[in-house]
Design a protein. Structure first.
Length: 134
């Protein structure tokens, strides 16, 4: 039930051991996303005080939206990620899915916004390979 998830979240956030807190937070969100409770996961994610843990969780939430082809939502979540590496991975993932669907222009437009230069170059390489295929 929603109440028990809220209770679990509260207990996890109250955890004093930082490693255990991060691990249990990831486990809770993996469970929510496996059950396809993306909106609920997002509400709780916004309440995670640790920016790195929040970034990892938001990256997974962004992937979940992208997998459902809710590209705008996936991008909105990606923009909420404060850590550039996690934001880069999230945006590259979305770009890659668009590429698979042969939406090359959209994939390129998104890939240009990848903050990390190395990840951006990998995304651009993938796009150029698709464009140069026979």
């Amino acid at each position: 039930s929603e109440r028990s998830i809220a209770q679990i979240f509260s207990e996890v956030m109250g955890q004093s051991n930082p490693q255990r807190k991060r691990r249990e937070t990831r486990e809770l969100f993996n469970e929510l996303l496996e059950k396809n409770q993306i909106e609920q996961a997002l509400e709780f994610a916004k309440m995670i005080p640790d920016p790195l843990t929040r970034s990892f969780v938001l990256e997974k939430i962004s992937h979940s939206f992208a997998n459902q082809r809710e590209i705008d939502s996936a991008l909105q979540i990606a923009e909420m990620i404060v850590y550039p590496m996690q934001r880069s991975h999230a945006i590259k993932y979305i770009s890659h899915l668009l590429l698979i669907e042969q939406k090359t222009n959209h994939a390129f437009k998104i890939a240009k916004n990848i903050p990390n230069p190395l990840i951006r170059s990998f995304a651009m390489r993938d796009i150029s390979e698709v464009l140069t295929e026979d």
